[in-house]
Ligand binder design. Structure first.
Ligand code: RB5
Length: 153
């Protein structure tokens, strides 16, 4: 898989629900330390919220090009990834380990990664994000398939 050096700042948005608030804070600070420009789309408190609201919000800024990548977090990673993927411009990969995160980029040109705070810890989440950001889309035969994802028929 092709790797890239992402030392330069990338624009990344991050959002969660209440179940992943602590993981969001830790990943946000780590991404900033890594040199990225990070937009935290919330929530800001532990009050119970609905993951679709944050998944849709995050999908919006990825779809309109305000950011290059989105990081979506909830308890399982499932609900917020389902919400984000309802936007046809979003390819959100729900992962729990770095190999899937790499394939999500190299084969699927994923523009969002989702993880579950009740499934993995912060170090595994960082390893997944690192693999995701460092892997280039391979294009070629994968491009046609990725294009079909935005045009279901
Ligand atoms: C919230 O309790 C939980 O349902 C949510 O974080 C997520 O796991 C849904 O997919």
């Amino acid at each position: 898989m092709a790797a890239r050096d992402y030392v330069g700042a990338m624009k990344i948005a991050i959002a969660s629900d209440h179940a992943a608030l602590d993981l969001k804070a830790e990943l946000r600070e780590w991404l900033i330390e890594e040199g990225h420009e990070v937009a935290d789309l919330g929530p800001d408190t532990t009050d119970s919220v609905d993951y679709p609201d944050y998944g849709y919000k995050l999908a919006g800024v990825v779809a309109d090009g305000s950011v290059e990548f989105g990081v979506a977090l909830c308890g399982s990673g499932l609900g917020i990834s389902m919400a984000a993927n309802r936007n046809p411009a979003v390819r959100c990969a729900m992962v729990s380990e770095p190999l899937s995160a790499s394939f999500a980029r190299s084969h699927n040109d994923a523009n969002m990664i989702a993880m579950g705070a009740r499934i993995i810890g912060p170090e595994m989440a960082k390893a997944c994000i690192e693999a995701f950001l460092q892997t280039e889309f391979e294009g070629g035969r994968h491009q046609r398939r990725v294009d079909k994802l935005s045009n279901p028929s």
